[in-house]
Design a protein around this ligand. Structure first.
Ligand SMILES: *[C@@H]1O[C@H](CO)[C@@H](O)[C@H](O)[C@H]1NC(C)=O
Ligand SMILES: *[C@@H]1O[C@H](CO)[C@@H](O)[C@H](O)[C@H]1NC(C)=O
Ligand SMILES: *[C@@H]1O[C@H](CO)[C@@H](O)[C@H](O)[C@H]1NC(C)=O
Ligand SMILES: *[C@@H]1O[C@H](CO)[C@@H](O)[C@H](O)[C@H]1NC(C)=O
Ligand SMILES: *[C@@H]1O[C@H](CO)[C@@H](O)[C@H](O)[C@H]1NC(C)=O
Ligand SMILES: *[C@@H]1O[C@H](CO)[C@@H](O)[C@H](O)[C@H]1NC(C)=O
Length: 506
């Protein structure tokens, strides 16, 4: 759960896959690096980013920061999602699917229709959890609708009254989490005629997991589920009516895993398939130049089931004594010469009084070493360089612990999670140009210069935004708090509303 996520946690250290993966990210990125593309797309991207910011602005002053902590609202009549701890295989087939759970509440941007997709696109994939990757069973990770097992061991470092909110959640379990929440969403409709958005509960990422890590898998294998799903959905009357622009899916892996342009390369070509063109994708890492990709927070291990849980946790991280200036949690193995992370590691190791390294090499952090959480809780700042891809789950692990992230690439967070993070990057994070670090700038020097007062204000901003980056353990959401699911789904609905009367992009 608390693993740091720069490389697939299931890959063995030094597995050739990792190199292949790097190679193919680079190839996948190439088109975007070309001058022609870059100019056009960058320009479009800027306009879109501004629009997105505008769209998300009205929801910014959210209620949690407004109410005094001492005055928690009565807990809503929520159902504890994980009360019966369903195993991976039970949950989807036993229809955790409660079909008639419509609550009449205001839904100003309209309601969502959830397709009843053939089981081969979701339940059957999860049923095969023993064989989803070549190394180990994924059944524990996918149990509890993607939350995983309860993290009892963590109670050593967190307050007892909130330790029940911690799970060993896998970073790639987004699809299950969204599926379960959306089935119980207050703005779900069972009548497609009245829907403003259509959710396709396809397990986009889990569907390719096995073939991603099987050396001899063919391009056809990696594309099979996605192609079948697109054929199925494009036959549906409401898809035909809109050309798909009011449809959306979740994909619990990074966008580049679905952007293979040549047969021999990494990933599936799911996003490049023509029928996918107008479908919105909620992904843990988006391509910032594609309007239809939306970046949403990685799942972390913290899933509070009440507003009180959230408040207790915020108070806990706010009052925590932090003894270290900064930390770096990541794999320390196999660094290529001149790898940027290597520079950070060297700086960290040479300042043992100010910096702590958590070595996540091998599979040390794969099932959630609590030492990562403990290190973030002890640090004022956490270093978040890019890894194999631009983003890492670690960003969210760090912020949930009330530690201030330090970024070196704009695409690690600022161009990714606009709906979920403060609009002003400097209000909650530090940006240090990677080229200055390569030129010898010392991280410690930069961070030490930031006044205590400023650090306090930044931490307060991080804490204020915790609700927006967590997935709560209540299938109705939390009363008066918008969590990451609420923000994402309301974002999709309000985007669709903007498009009313016809798809206007390009
Ligand atoms: C959810 O379940 C946990 C453990 O079973 C329990 O401690 C917690 O109080 C429950 N929360 C609600 C809102 O029922
Ligand atoms: C939860 O536990 C913490 C630390 O043990 C304590 O400070 C806090 O008052 C408790 N909160 C509630 C609401 O019980
Ligand atoms: C890939 O290799 C595995 C074992 O090495 C074998 O069982 C499987 O049939 C092969 N698949 C293909 C498509 O060649
Ligand atoms: C996507 O939307 C555009 C504009 O409405 C439409 O021309 C195009 O056919 C759509 N693509 C698909 C695959 O439906
Ligand atoms: C990880 O999980 C495996 C199997 O569940 C267990 O044997 C191992 O001790 C765990 N490792 C850590 C660091 O908790
Ligand atoms: C890094 O140093 C080189 C050579 O001294 C200089 O040309 C370059 O501008 C510096 N870059 C930054 C970001 O400071």
């Amino acid at each position: 759960m608390l693993p740091v996520s720069e490389s697939p946690p299931y890959s063995k250290p030094k597995a050739p896959d990792i190199l292949d993966r790097k190679q193919s990210y680079f190839t996948a990125l190439k088109p975007y690096l070309s001058f022609h593309h870059r100019r056009t797309w960058f320009f479009l991207g800027i306009i879109l980013l501004q629009l997105l910011l505008l769209l998300s602005a009205p929801s910014l002053p959210f209620s949690l920061s407004a109410g005094p902590a001492s005055n928690p609202r009565p807990s809503p009549a929520v159902h504890n999602l994980t009360d019966n701890n369903p195993t991976a295989k039970e949950q989807v087939s036993n229809g955790g699917i409660s079909s008639n759970r419509q609550i009449n509440q205001e839904c100003p941007n309209g309601k969502i229709y959830v397709y009843d997709l053939p089981a081969i696109f979701n339940a059957e994939i999860v049923k095969n959890c023993d064989n989803l990757n070549p190394w180990s069973s994924r059944c524990d990770a996918l149990s509890n609708w993607g939350f995983g097992k309860r993290a009892t061991a963590i109670s050593r470092i967190v307050p007892k009254n909130v330790s029940g909110a911690w799970f060993w959640t896998d970073q790639f379990s987004l699809e299950l989490i969204y599926h379960n929440r959306i089935l119980n969403y207050r703005c779900r409709t069972l009548e497609p005629e009245s829907a403003a958005a259509f959710y396709i509960p396809f397990y986009t990422g889990l569907a390719i997991e096995r073939s991603l890590f099987t050396k001899n898998s063919t391009a056809e294998e990696r594309d099979r589920h996605c192609k079948m799903m697109l054929n199925w959905v494009s036959d549906q009357p409401f898809f035909k009516k809109s050309h798909g622009w009011d449809h959306f899916i979740t994909a619990g892996r990074i966008s580049w895993d679905f952007r293979r342009s040549k047969d021999g390369e990494w990933g599936s070509s799911c996003i490049y398939m023509p029928k996918m063109r107008n479908i919105t994708r909620l992904l843990i890492e988006k391509n910032p130049w594609d309007y239809f990709d939306v970046g949403v927070p990685y799942p972390t291990g913290f899933h509070p089931s009440s507003v009180a849980d959230v408040r207790i946790w915020q108070d806990f991280v706010r009052s925590r004594q932090r003894r270290i200036l900064f930390c770096f949690a990541g794999a320390t193995r196999g660094f290529i010469k001149n790898d940027f992370r290597g520079i950070l590691l060297n700086q960290c190791y040479s300042e043992p009084g100010s910096c702590r390294v958590v070595d996540c090499g091998g599979s040390k952090c794969a099932n959630g070493s609590s030492s990562i959480l403990e290190t973030f809780l002890d640090s004022d700042f956490c270093l978040q360089p890019r890894g194999d891809s631009f983003t890492r789950r670690s960003i969210f692990d760090c912020m949930i612990a009330g530690s201030i992230p330090v970024f070196f690439w704009h695409r690690t967070a600022y161009f990714q999670y606009e709906w979920f993070l403060p609009g002003e990057p400097g209000s909650y994070s530090v940006f240090i140009d990677r080229n200055e670090v390569k030129n010898g700038t010392l991280i410690k020097g930069v961070l030490e210069k930031i006044s205590k007062d400023k650090v306090k204000r930044m931490r307060e901003k991080v804490i204020e935004y915790i609700p927006k980056i967590i997935y709560s353990n209540s299938n109705q959401g939390l009363e008066g708090i918008k969590d990451a699911f609420d923000v994402a789904v309301e974002g999709v609905l309000s985007r669709n509303k903007e498009q009313e009367g016809g798809y206007k992009w390009k």
